[in-house]
Design a protein around this ligand. Sequence first.
Ligand code: SF4
Length: 300
Amino acid sequence: MIKIGIPRALFYFRYGEFWQHFFRNLGYEIVVSPSTNKQILEQGLKYVSSEICLPVKIICGHIEVLKNQVDAIFLPRFVELNHGLYTCPKMIGIVDIAQIQVGNACEILSPKIKDNFMLAHFQTGLKLTGNPIKVIKALNRAIPYLSHHKKLSNSEDHKQRILLLSHFYNLWDDFIGKDIINSFQSCGFDIATKEDLPDKVLKSDKGFAKNIRWVYERELYNAFQYYSDKVAGICNIISFGCGPDSLIGEIMSKQANEYKTPFLQLIIDEHTSKTGINTRIEAFSEIINRNYQSKPYLTK
Ligand code: SF4
């Protein structure tokens, strides 16, 4: 049986469930790489320069893990989503890096997604099976898993709520997100994420959001706008070396300052330590507590 590998990184954290069901429905064996760990990251560091952002380094490590275990790796080239909104150049270029990285070890299945999400998957299925009816059935059975966005469960004991803003591929990769989430929770905060919001809010093009042409940055900005007067503080996780994150992060930081909402910019890379994260979050928690004295209405 043909084995298809799916790297547990980047887009996996939004489309992974859908992909697994789609390919299994087509009759293929799926191999998902293990959760990110230090060894996987170190493998990835060999293939990209140090200026590249952490999630791209991580996905290169996952490709390395898979390349000798599978016949093909599924890695779509995401270019455009939601009618005219784009992903970042590194997301588009990761397929080229992967092709060089795997050489002849396996094939890279990389349909181009240019506002044609379902069509691109249909064409991939057709290329593999040659059977359009089977592909349509497999897609229909996988579609319910497209809306499976991960959410955090919070303790009822926490009094204050903060917004943890981050791309899904950072927050839900335990290697990156877990320590940050744990640190906020142990400081006594309830955590809101953008995944708690409906698509209608995240995709809105009202106000300044219409100027943002990066699909996932627009989601972050809309979540920021929605929550800015509803939470006691906002923490924005950004990847070192990420142009879109630093630009939108700066805009949000200025606006948070105007709204008098405490705002923490947490820059992550492969050298980020758990101790460093805890120290910054504890200091931020102090700021929130002081600010909170003047805004008791923010109790959740
Ligand atoms: S948006 Fe930023 S963090 Fe995400 S892949 Fe692009 S450069 Fe990396």
